[in-house]
Write a protein that binds this ligand. Structure first.
Ligand code: SF4
Length: 418
């Protein structure tokens, strides 16, 4: 894949320049320089044309069938994808054969974490199998309304550690900056299900709230690490995101900026060249939320490689989900696919005990078993950490040291803002 990085300026020979400072010769040299630069830019463009965003075969067939009026250009426009998200029972039923359980669960829904799926991501779902992995992660079922002991709406205690609205500050050197309550798709197991989604979600973006969070950060020199999350920060426009990144970069003690996002997976068309250049300008790292190897389409590969070509360091985050990715072979395929696309497999999370998530949760041993099956059996870079956030936040989590049973030697502390 040709690199899209900006090309270095050409080397201009100074032979023949006017050593006596004659003005007309300077003008001639300037013209020559301009013309050489123009020629260089055209040659570079010819050698490295900006590649067109791809569209996979299955997605293209889906587009023609369900969105016949959408051109490939529309489909590859992230704003079109966002505008045309599937959000109602009627629009979902036009595409999927819903089970009675799914239909009833959608009819019952009120409040935050509504249904919301981009046409692109929906094109990857099975039309008639409710047990298919990606469909299960985004189409509600009745078990979502079942709250079991130990579950809570805010299991990590983020609300308790909110310093100013939208800014969670639990440990001295890092904060979680909740930039928006909006996502392009809504994962049914979301840790912040209490606050994401337009229909009744609590947290809504405003510059005023951002200003308060920025003021707090300016006054708090211990903070060196900011994780932008939400909601999904990459659903913000380039202008808004750049406004925020530029202000964060003006705070001298903030060294490390990360963006947590699922957009490169569910809305890869958002990774435009302009966005990648902007993220590069502000020296941003990315934590990308992948779930299953079925997500590794040509579009997702293109988006990851575009970010990598712009020098954006990327790590993956994957929630361990029962019946979806709780299998060593499935995880291995995912981790290998990430490496191919230059994303470092970083974390597998135990599913947090949010209300109504018991049908997704595996025993903790399952995560350890998967790590054990990967370690020593594949490339070391393909082996992520397995982490468990303690309810209430900031408590112990299980490390992935090899050796079998859980024990005190396998406990490390992880912050909820990581
Ligand atoms: S993209 Fe992230 S914040 Fe949005 S619903 Fe999914 S897990 Fe939650």
């Amino acid at each position: 894949m040709p690199s899209e990085s900006d090309h270095p300026p050409s080397t201009i020979s100074t032979r023949g320049c006017d050593s006596h400072g004659d003005g007309s010769s300077v003008a001639a040299l300037t013209r020559e320089l301009m013309s050489r630069r123009g020629a260089h830019a055209s040659a570079a463009k010819r050698q490295h044309p900006v590649p067109r965003f791809p569209i996979g075969q299955a997605s293209n067939a889906f587009r023609k069938r369900f969105f016949p009026d959408a051109t490939v250009q529309d489909w590859n426009d992230w704003r079109w994808q966002t505008r045309n998200r599937i959000r109602t029972l009627e629009s979902l039923e036009r595409i999927l054969k819903l089970s009675d359980d799914e239909r009833r669960a959608i009819e019952r829904h009120t409040g935050s974490l509504p249904v919301g799926i981009t046409p692109y991501y929906l094109s990857l779902f099975s039309e008639d199998d409710p047990s298919e992995a990606l469909r299960r992660t985004h189409v509600p079922v009745g078990e979502e309304y079942l709250k079991v002991p130990g579950e809570a709406d805010d299991p990590l205690g983020e609300d308790h550690d909110t310093a100013v609205p939208g800014l969670v500050h639990r440990y001295p050197d890092r904060v979680l900056f909740l930039t928006t309550g909006f996502c392009s798709t809504y994962c049914r197991y979301c840790t912040r299900s209490r606050m994401v989604g337009e229909a009744g979600g609590e947290y809504h973006f405003s510059y005023g709230e951002w200003e308060k969070a920025l003021d707090y950060l300016k006054r708090t020199p211990t903070v060196r690490d900011v994780l932008l999350s939400g909601g999904d920060p990459l659903t913000l426009s380039d202008d808004r995101l750049e406004w925020l990144l530029s202000r964060l970069r003006q705070i001298p003690h903030i060294e490390f900026l990360r963006v947590g996002s699922k957009v490169p997976v569910v809305l890869p068309q958002r990774i435009t060249r302009e966005l990648a250049r902007m993220l590069k300008r502000y020296r941003v790292w990315m934590s990308i939320h992948y779930t299953h190897p079925a997500e590794l389409t040509p579009e997702v590969a293109f988006a990851a490689n575009r970010l990598a070509d712009h020098g954006i360091p990327m790590g993956s985050q994957t929630v361990l989900l029962r019946g979806i990715n709780d299998d060593a072979e499935v995880m291995k395929r995912l981790m290998h696919g990430l490496l191919i696309n230059r994303v470092r497999p970083y974390y597998i999370y135990q599913c947090d005990p949010i209300s109504g998530s018991s049908h997704f949760r595996t025993p903790v041993e399952k995560g350890l078993e998967i790590i054990e099956a990967l370690r020593g059996h594949t490339t070391g870079y393909a082996v992520p950490h397995f982490v468990v956030d303690a309810p209430g936040g900031g408590g112990p989590l299980l490390n992935t040291t090899p050796g079998g049973r859980l024990g005190a030697d396998r406990v490390q502390v992880r912050h909820a803002a990581e």
